[in-house]
Design a protein around this ligand. Sequence first.
Ligand code: AMP
Ligand code: ZN
Length: 488
Amino acid sequence: MSIHQGKLQIYNSLSGQKEKFEPIHQGRVGMYVCGPTLYSEPHMGNMRTFINFDMIYRYLLLLDYKVKYVRNITDAGHITNSLGEEQDSIGSAARLEQVQSLEIVYKYNSKFQELQRIYNMLLPSIEPTATAHIQEQIELIEQIMENGFAYVVNGSVYFDVRKYSEKYEYGILSGRKIDELAEETRTLNAQDEKRFFADFALWKKSNPEDMQIWRSPWGDGNPGWHIECTAMSTNYLGSHFDIHGGGMDLKFPHHEDEIAQSCGSLGCNPAKYWMHANMLNVNGQKMSKSFGNYFLPKEIVEGTTELFDKPYSPNVIRFCMMQAHYRSTLDLSQDSLDAAEKGYTRLSDAMLLLDKLNTSAESSFDVKSIVDSFYNAMDDDFNAPMLIANLFEAVRRINLVNDGKETLSATDRDLMKKEMKAFVLDVLGLQVGVANSDSKLAPVMDLVLELRQQARTNKDWTTSDKIRDGLAAAGITVKDSKEGTSWS
Ligand code: AMP
Ligand code: ZN
């Protein structure tokens, strides 16, 4: 067991408190995160949630846990919004684009995979799709029916919330009380098939316009949205696993209903720790397709969104996101991105400098306590903004050593190098030295600068000047200093 395990505290939405993280099986973690519904390109808000869980996954890996990270792809079924209304968004997109449903999913999944690369996200261990797990969903529904918590009406199956509430607590996660729900949903229509307003669909009889239909013991239809996640999470992680995550907006009804389905079929809450990442806002309002206040993750990198007057590198955007705690809302503004660009460059420069620092016999400051502060920050419910503040204390010291005002021993320098790399590259998922908006340019620039260096070594000034002038004409400035050559 790694010496760093055993100190992590996680805010559990189920208890509303920070709790010591004790995995069900020592040294191993099973984590399920609700993935995207791929009826369109994920927006920056969706990406914030996935990037936050990427950071959480990365820290668990740094702590040397063997993590099985499952993040699904919703490619089937009816989507229920917070009012309980059902919309088949994939089907609607397919009809609009006049293609088949899976073409829509395939198209937007390739975009999503590309975004994961651009934003330097680690791939989950498995990305299961709902359509590949229809059988498991049907079996779970059968089990819920056998346990007496569901009923069939006209080819659809509904979860019986009142019956469930006799044995379990509906609202255990969201704190919603059935009486309050009645108030909220009073105005809803299309409730007629349900025995009770809070009941939700496990299986929905097909409509003539449905693009995808499956056979079931109750006739042709589609699975409910919530049952998809219950089937995929428990199929890969077992009936009770460590962490279930998703965006805050999924707490109710999606996660509440997942708990009800798991208790109603397998007899237990599926996850020990429920984690919810907060929203990316635009001027204080949740970024959302339906509000029309969204921008795409690629637009911000390419500088094509009207909101910002220049492009930002994925590193700068990630850094900016990491400066907000995952449980806090974040508003991406030009000012916050500009500040992040400066901060990220300062951190990145200091890390490059660390390699070249002169060392002394002894350090004039306590490196170990700085390194400990990195772990302490992340152990406190993945406090990435605190980690960044502590990394800047390291940056301040590195600059003082460089100015000859502090000293650093070789051993301490190596320790600092190892741990800063671990936290900046492996945990925050940043790359060093690519503040430039186009990260694809970085390897090309490395090559060009290497050729220029060769020309200079050969005293071939014509070629080296040609390269420099050509780059200048393309808006790229090359700077030579005793630390090496840099470009911007
Ligand atoms: P969806 O594709 O709508 O199911 O959403 C995929 C994920 O993105 C879910 O975990 C949502 O909670 C999350 N999400 C949606 N909008 C936002 C937002 N504005 N900020 C952060 N996360 C969001
Ligand atoms: Zn889900």
